[in-house]
Ligand binder design. Structure first.
Ligand SMILES: Cc1ncc(COP(=O)(O)O)c(C=O)c1O
Length: 413
């Protein structure tokens, strides 16, 4: 019989990793506090406003606006940065749908560029060539908390007069030269959806150092209103993207717990980075020297299918059977189905003729990383160092039994 659990052997782990999301009586008390207050709406209560203050303090940003989710945050931030119809926005190919979806939703034109193979974040050496006289902004994504090269990106943005929006959905706790992500560009967008490092099921926040951008974000989130004016005056085409008091209360507890969790996750990630580098065909996601803290939304590993004698999906199946929780990566955004057929952007965008031909574009680094990466859930970093080391043990075991991988059925998703 094979050693591999996928083929009948004993799994590396039979005990589950710590459950996610985590909570205790603090969240319970917060929810009851909101219930009893009868102020369930942020415009009447105190939880969301307090969370905004606490989140601003934690990130070091002068302004924070709590919102419905980390997709609407991107839209609100783009609008507040003045990005709209016909403007071009440079964006890396490797991210969740929301990053490009938000650009399309404000009627701007995404201009996709490839990524850096070490970190999976936007390759700054490709940005200048993508700039035209219609370019308004650069959106960067700190993939799984590994911070994009914000020095290089900031220099290009300053030189070319562009705005920078950081998509920090994966990067709570990530810093660049000691500064929290989201404070490095003009605005930062966070998600508190259930898989994120702090969660209320759904939720998001925009942070910024600019008073005028904060004022506009607050207005777009709140039906285009302005503070101190009659409730039924609407000064711009905003939306209702307000967070509820329930979410605010839960997120205050999640934030209070975050720093301690982050210390443990970071220590386990550092340990795994060292251990995994010893296994042939396995490369942990890297960090640039400026990234002095990485908030690991998940733990990302690149595998070499040739070295393993099996596909990435077969490796993933083998690891799942060993008791490890992991998914595969997002596909490259340019390959999304919505770009493959004429109606993919309708009815929002009917005339697609002046958009790049995304489906025919090629971004080789993204294609390669998307096809060869494994995303372990953050739970693997949330136990002891021995728990974390099971990732290395399982990868080592699968590599050791690579001649048998051909018999393992790959799960794609
Ligand atoms: C990189 C990135 N940006 C934005 C989002 C959107 O966040 P939300 O799900 O809160 O809308 C996500 C969510 O997974 C994400 O991974």
């Amino acid at each position: 019989m094979s050693d591999l659990a996928a083929l009948g052997g004993t799994p590396v782990r039979s005990i589950p990793y710590p459950p996610w999301p985590q909570f205790d009586n603090s969240e319970r008390d917060g929810l009851l506090r909101v219930l009893d207050s009868r102020n369930w709406w942020a415009n009447q209560g105190t939880e969301v406003r307090n969370f905004e203050r606490e989140w601003a303090e934690f990130t070091g940003a002068p302004h924070a606006t709590a919102m419905t989710n980390g997709t609407n945050t991107l839209e609100a931030a783009l609008l507040a940065l003045g990005v709209g119809q016909g403007d071009e926005v440079i964006v890396p190919d490797w991210s969740f749908f929301a990053t490009i979806g938000a650009i399309l939703s404000v009627n701007a034109i995404p201009v996709i560029v490839d990524i850096d193979p070490l970190t999976g974040t936007i390759d700054p050496t490709l940005i200048e060539a993508a700039i035209t006289d219609r370019t308004k902004a650069i959106v960067v994504v700190h993939v799984s908390g590994s911070v994009a090269d914000m020095d290089a990106i900031g220099a290009i943005a300053t030189k070319r007069g562009l705005r920078v929006l950081e998509d920090c959905a994966h990067a709570h706790g990530s810093t660049w030269h000691g500064k929290h992500v989201g404070t490095l560009g003009d605005a930062g967008s966070f998600s508190f959806q259930s898989s994120k490092l702090m969660t209320a099921g759904e939720g998001g926040a925009v942070i910024t150092k600019h008073q005028d951008i904060a004022d506009l974000v607050n207005s777009y989130v709140n039906c285009g209103r302005d503070p101190g004016t009659w409730y039924y005056r609407h000064f711009r085409l905003g939306d209702n993207w307000r967070m509820t008091e329930w979410q605010g209360a839960v997120l205050r507890s999640q934030l209070a717990r975050f720093p301690e969790q982050q210390i443990n996750r970071a220590a386990n990630a550092d340990l795994l980075n060292l251990e995994l580098a010893k296994i042939p065909g396995v490369t942990p996601q890297g960090r640039l020297p400026g990234c002095d803290s990485q908030g690991n939304y998940c733990y990302v590993v690149f595998v070499d299918p040739q070295e393993f004698g099996g596909s990435r999906d077969q490796i993933r199946s083998a690891l799942l059977a060993e008791g490890l929780p992991l998914t595969t990566s997002y596909p490259a955004m340019h390959s999304f189905d919505l770009f493959q057929h004429a109606d993919g952007l309708a009815p929002r965008i009917r005339d697609f003729s002046h958009y790049p031909p995304y489906a025919r574009e090629s971004f080789p680094v993204t294609d390669r990383l998307a096809a060869t990466s494994l995303w372990f859930t953050t739970a693997v970093l949330m136990g002891s160092s021995e728990d974390a080391l099971d990732v290395a043990r399982a990868l080592e075991k699968v590599h050791g039994a690579r001649h048998e991988l051909a018999s393992v059925v790959g799960v794609e998703y």
